[in-house]
Every structure is written in structure tokens, then in C-alpha cells.
Design a protein around this ligand. Structure first.
Ligand code: NAD
Ligand code: ZN
Length: 273
């Protein structure tokens, strides 16, 4: 429920040129049937060993099991490409259209659903990358290459064929490519993940919404800490308890909405004219 006090803040901020930042996590796309990392769905088996996404999504694993890690990503890319944006994604598009440049969308999601729903690139910060793309592992350039559709439509149980492996070569230098995502054993940077731009937006934000995230990654925590230090209003939307909601329960300007993002975000949009 969006209480009366929060409704008034949203209305007032929207009409007085205040900056709104929406920080989203996998929970936003859960209603599009893309599994989060907290559920049991994500396990992957290599030679009878079971691996959790947090182990699969690492440079270490990519170096040790190139074919299997690419197979796992191609499977996830397929899950994303058949998924459709849900009311939460569309509400964020509407909110951006109403607020125009008073709006930033910081996304931990790599599924590309916000852009497919209609969010604009200029206010969008995909801080963990985007599974639509691959890039040169050896960094001969920072160019992103779209992953060929024949690879995302493949049967994920089969080994990668010679032809498929050839499609995973860098078009410029012919060395191996990697998915355009931030792995758990890597660091944020500006070049690929917009680190400094995001911190700048966070500093200039007047109200922060954290949505469908378990607060397990570093940059979202920095954005949250900046908001707390600046003593701005923070709203957490999540169906479960999570570290952000826990911290907000002791924070004067904190609001916790324990509901699905797909039902709360359209209500927030309807408050803004
Ligand atoms: P997470 O999987 O750690 O947590 C998801 C959170 O969403 C949980 O707190 C859960 O309670 C909440 N949630 C589930 N359904 C919800 C709903 N309908 N409405 C509101 N909240 C809901 O996700 P994370 O915090 O984003 O971190 C995981 C990492 O995994 C990120 O780095 C991200 O890049 C990656 N990831 C991305 C996708 C995607 O692109 N869709 C999917 C899985 C994981
Ligand atoms: Zn290259």
C-alpha cells in the first residue's frame, strides 16, 4: 500500500522538478517468468557437479569451463528472449514519459526487458550489462556485438557444435568472446557498466525506489548509502524481507511496500500526471 504521506511526497516531487531514481533487480522480471537468483531454478550441472548462478557467473568459471558457461548463458538468453515485459516494466516507461529528465533507471537486470518495453536509453543504466550482447574477451575494442539468434534459439541440452563455436568468435580479431555481463568476481567500471555516471545520478537524486532486489551487489548498496547520507526519501518494493527494507525500518524517511512490483508501479505511475 502507498500510504497518504508517500502519495503526497510523490505528487509534490513530480511537480517540483525533483529527481526520481528507480533501482531495479531480478524481482521486477520475476512476473515475466525470468527466474531470480534466489529461487531453486538456477542450478546448472557440469559433469554431475551442481553449480549455483553465483558460481557460474564468474570469470573463473568461464576460464575453466568455456563451453558450459556459454551454454548456460545461451539458455538464459533464450529464457529472456521468449519473456515479455510485465506491467512493472510498462509502468516504468509511463513514469519516465511523465517525468522526462527527472528520471533515472538503474538496472541490475541483464534481460533487456526495460528497453523492449520502451524505456529510453538515455536515462537507463544497465550496471550489470545486457545479455543481448557479447564482446571480445581480449578487449581488442569495447564494441558490443549482438548474439546471433541461432545461438539463443538452440536446444540447451546439446553441446556447442563447431559452427556454433565459430559464431562465438570476435568479428574483429577472431579470439573468443564473452557475454556482456559483469561477473561476480569482477569490478564495476564506467566503460561497460557506467559506474561514475550512476554515482553522479545517485548524488543528485531526491527520491529513491529500490525494487525487487536482495541488495547483494556492491553498486546498488553504494547508491542506497548515498541516499541515506543525503537523507532523501527511500521506498523499497519487494514481496519479501531484504536488507534494504531492514535498514529502512530504522530510517525516518523510509517506506516499505511489501507487494509485487507489477501491481505497485502502475499505482505510482497513476499518481503522477
Ligand atoms: P535476486 O535474485 O538476488 O533477488 C530478487 C529479489 O526480488 C528478492 O528479494 C525477491 O524477494 C524479490 N521479488 C521476487 N519477486 C518479486 C516481485 N514480483 N515483486 C517484487 N519483488 C520480488 O536479484 P538481484 O538483487 O537483482 O541480484 C541478483 C543478480 O543476478 C544481479 O546481479 C542480476 O544482474 C542477476 N540476475 C538478473 C536477472 C534478470 O536480468 N532478470 C535474473 C536473475 C539474476
Ligand atoms: Zn577482438
Amino acid at each position: 500500500m502507498i500510504n497518504q504521506q508517500l502519495q503526497e511526497i510523490i505528487l509534490q516531487y513530480a511537480s517540483s522538478n525533483k529527481h526520481f531514481t528507480f533501482l531495479i533487480g531480478a524481482g521486477l522480471s520475476a512476473e515475466s517468468n525470468i527466474p531470480t537468483f534466489r529461487g531453486p531454478e538456477g542450478y546448472w550441472t557440469i559433469e554431475s557437479a551442481h553449480y549455483h548462478p553465483q558460481e557460474m557467473a564468474t570469470k573463473r568459471m568461464f576460464n575453466a569451463h568455456f563451453n558450459e558457461v556459454w551454454k548456460w548463458y545461451l539458455y538464459r538468453i533464450n529464457t529472456c528472449s521468449v519473456a515479455k515485459p510485465n506491467p512493472g516494466h510498462y509502468a516504468l516507461v509511463e513514469i519516465e514519459q511523465k517525468l522526462t529528465d527527472q528520471f533515472s533507471l538503474i538496472s541490475q537486470n541483464v534481460d533487456g526487458l526495460n528497453i523492449r518495453a520502451g524505456s529510453s536509453i538515455k536515462n537507463y543504466f544497465p550496471i550489470h550489462g545486457d545479455l543481448t550482447f557479447m564482446r571480445c574477451y581480449n578487449e581488442c575494442s569495447n564494441k558490443l556485438h549482438e548474439i546471433p539468434t541461432s545461438l539463443s534459439n538452440r536446444n540447451h541440452k546439446h553441446s556447442l557444435s563447431k559452427e556454433e563455436l565459430a559464431l562465438l568468435k570476435c568479428p574483429s580479431c577472431n579470439s573468443k568472446t564473452r557475454p556482456h555481463v559483469l561477473w561476480f568476481d569482477e569490478y564495476y567500471n564506467e566503460e561497460y557498466y557506467r559506474l561514475h555516471s550512476v554515482l553522479e545520478r545517485a548524488i543528485n537524486t531526491d527520491i529513491l525506489f529500490t525494487i525487487g532486489t536482495s541488495a547483494a551487489t556492491n553498486l546498488p548498496n553504494q547508491v542506497f548509502d548515498i541516499a541515506i547520507n543525503n537523507e532523501i526519501t527511500i521506498v523499497d518494493i519487494n514481496i519479501n524481507d531484504n536488507p534494504f527494507a531492514e535498514r529502512l525500518s530504522h530510517y525516518k524517511k523510509g517506506h516499505i511496500i511489501k507487494e509485487k512490483s507489477g501491481s505497485v508501479l502502475p499505482k505510482i505511475s497513476s499518481l503522477i500526471s
